[in-house]
Design a binder for this molecule. Structure first.
Ligand code: GLA
Length: 386
């Protein structure tokens, strides 16, 4: 597992690394754009992982980070306290700064890191959280800081959110840390209350190949809209902190209080919150048919109200529905990336038939085929051998 990263470390730095950790990407089953609004999410960790290996930095250059990845071969060299490097090493620098704030690493610590990953980038599978969580765990292990998986998730979240400046919620780092094989995680993002729910259904991942770079702004724009919603709804409910805690029974009142597009954004968040909680109950009761219906509803809400879909994603979901799949929806932020499809064990609506139908529809519309593969729920962060 850690071999490619170890080899890269040795080639780049001429020494051997001292600790290693890996963390997975994720797909979110339901509960989209609810995390930063204090609502529930229901993600699974996937089999694709990022591995980070770490060792001491150059002794004659205190406060230096040297970082290399199998994806970009050049070694980045930065003074991590003073500057945030461009690109992926910024996540590592962010993690270092957070660990420094916690006094887990010395103020002028130097570090070398090598990273290898098979989590696709820009596919909405949270390659960035896999990187920041694996990095946080590998560095914590190296310096002997005993952090719980929740603390690792917290360090990774603040690295991304506060330092890199992507206004993500807590979902990605939390599932990359707490993921459990064969389970989905129901996470209430306001309280961080977490519950593992057995998940063994057949799921396909369809990568549309349409890249979406999160820092590009769409997510930040939606967050700003949600903040504006809360500001206005405080006139109705002065104590309101999280948009997701607006009662779903009060949707008519919410609609009256808000102009478009704020109204649509808010209706999505409040109804998606109710949907995700209900979906988790259905999943726990193994009611997959009803669960699947909620996936379709969630996609429709993302498409129409939150406007975070893309034509390619809509093509996939419509084709899956026509072919008899139990449910389908975009996963992650949207605006491109991947969709998930819940399929039946056999017959109409089975993996083979649905995949064929999606390929055909996609070929017809775009003259190419999307990548389709089965997804299994996997384990969260772990240390690896060096
Ligand atoms: C991105 C963010 C997550 C979450 C999703 C939308 O993936 O990183 O925190 O907000 O979008 O549900």
């Amino acid at each position: 597992m850690s071999r490619p990263a170890i080899d890269l470390f040795q080639n780049a730095f001429g020494t051997i690394p001292r600790s290693a950790a890996s963390a997975p990407g994720r797909v979110n089953l339901i509960g989209e754009h609810t995390d930063y609004n204090g609502g529930p999410v229901l993600p699974i960790a996937i089999a694709e992982r990022t591995t980070a290996v770490v060792g001491p930095g150059p002794a004659d250059a205190p406060g230096t980070l040297e970082a290399v990845s199998t994806r970009y071969n050049a070694v980045a060299r930065v003074r991590w306290q003073e500057e945030l490097p461009p690109g992926w090493p910024a996540y590592v620098a962010g993690v270092l700064r957070e660990l420094w704030t916690l006094e887990a690493i010395p103020p002028r610590g130097s570090l070398r890191i090598a990273v290898a990953s098979d989590v696709p980038i820009g596919a909405g599978l949270s390659s960035s959280a896999a990187l920041s969580v694996a990095t946080a765990k590998a560095i914590a292990t190296f310096v002997g800081a005993k952090l719980t998986p929740r603390q690792i998730a917290g360090v990774a979240f603040r690295a991304e959110h506060d330092h890199v400046g992507v206004r993500c919620g807590v979902m990605d780092q939390t599932i990359a840390s707490l993921g459990k094989s064969g389970h989905a995680l129901l996470l209430e993002c306001a309280s961080l209350e977490a519950r593992q729910i057995p998940f063994a259904a057949r799921l396909l991942l369809v990568d549309t190949g349409v890249k979406h770079d999160l820092s590009a702004g769409s997510l930040n724009e939606r967050r700003a809209e949600c903040e504006e919603v809360v500001k206005r709804l405080k006139l109705e409910l002065p104590d309101l902190v999280w948009l997701a805690s607006w009662p779903v029974e009060w949707l008519p009142r919410l609609k009256r209080a808000l102009p478009e597009p704020l109204r649509s954004r808010a209706v999505h968040v409040v109804s998606e919150t109710a949907r995700a909680r209900f979906a988790a109950q259905l999943l726990a009761g193994k009611k997959l048919t009803q669960f699947g219906r909620l996936l379709y509803e969630s996609h429709e809400s993302c498409r129409r109200l939150y406007e975070c879909s893309a034509p390619e994603l809509d093509t996939v979901v419509a084709a899956a529905k026509r072919a008899g799949a139990l449910g389908a929806r975009l996963t992650g932020a949207g605006w491109g990336g991947a969709a998930i499809v819940l399929v039946k064990e056999r017959g109409a609506g089975s993996a083979e038939r649905v995949a064929e139908a999606i390929r055909a529809a996609f070929r017809e519309a775009y003259g190419r085929e999307p990548e389709i593969r089965p997804v299994k729920s996997s384990a969260g962060v772990r240390t690896e051998r060096v």
